[in-house]
Design a protein around this ligand. Sequence first.
Ligand code: ATP
Ligand code: MG
Length: 395
Amino acid sequence: MKDEKKLIDTVIVRYGELALKTTGIRNWYEKILVNNIAAMLDQRNIRYSRIKREWGRIFIETDNQNAAGTAADVFGVVSTSSAVTTDSTLENAAQVCADIAANLVQKNESFAIRVRRTGNHLFSSHDIAVKCGDSVWERLESLGRDPSIDLTYADREIFVEMRQNHAYVFTEKIRGVGGLPLGTQGKMVALVSGGIDSPVAAWLMMKRGVEIIPVYFNNEPFSNKVAHDRAMECIAILQEWAPGHPFTVYEIPFGNNLESFLRICGQKNTCLLCRRTMYRGAYEVMKKEGANGIITGASLGQVASQTSANMYAEIYGLGFPVYHPLLGLDKTEIIDIANRIGTFKASTKPVKCCKAVPDYPEVKAKYDSLVIEEQKLDIEKLVSNSLSNAKVFKI
Ligand code: ATP
Ligand code: MG
């Protein structure tokens, strides 16, 4: 295996949905994707000499074994492979295949050559498969490995990607995170409480190319510092998925508002008023940051308060878009994603529940009566006071 490791000189990066775009958009997306890949490699201290774009592919020139896994973590990437590059001739490709096979295919194992070809060559894909297959066979036989070819259930596969000027040989495809390059779908404000759900919601929108502006409403004295730290930890983990796109984080004091709801309004409605006021605060951030929407971690019916009636009442009369990417997901599905993206551990640190939550919160809110309730408050003043005391910082 050692020799094979030394050989690797390139990472092939494949991207999916991008390829469906018109040339202009695609070029723009690809450039962003290349920048994001470079930033991710830099973040993980992986050296490379160049990242080049060719129609349908991105190539990272590097001999680092971890580069392929790193590039696979960049939004927009469908898969990656560590590859050995050679000239686009049958002889060279066959030679590299044999070198790789010598390390890869053990005694009595079957193998298959998988070919993909683009460009103009004097040979076909079939010719490549035959030439490379022969060359691997001869090498394995000379090593006493008793080779066999099995195109359906091969123990080992060797892939040859023949392009106009180069042939790339590889043995593995690493599945990428998918989605669209971060920075191609504008900005949105992400409400991050630090619980399991909201970081996952933010991440899913980042995966679709959205740059997020994380907002944390600090409910102290109704919550504690641990809740704050947990939210910040989640935001820091999300930032690792977005190298090159430093977040502007808003921490907005909210305890006074909760105090007003409890003092002035019916207790039953506290959570709904809280949500409507948070949205209004988030809307102010949205305008300031040139963002186009607000993201929450709501999942339908997950907790008593997340009923469709409540969700309607929460946005009734508010004229800005609030998105809930987890709405249709089960808790187990959300936890799976939280584990995968690395926020689960931070999100499950025990914190004190918000002390403003009533014993019997409203679950069948009436949007119109909620608005009447809200009119008892000087809601605009509450929002502007909170905003003027917000802490705004980069991670
Ligand atoms: P989470 O697991 O994200 O905390 P949850 O299931 O506890 O969500 P709620 O507490 O009802 O649900 O909150 C719903 C959504 O409202 C959260 O997912 C988050 O987007 C937003 N939110 C709630 N509290 C805060 C907060 N203190 N700061 C920022 N956003 C918040
Ligand atoms: Mg919560």
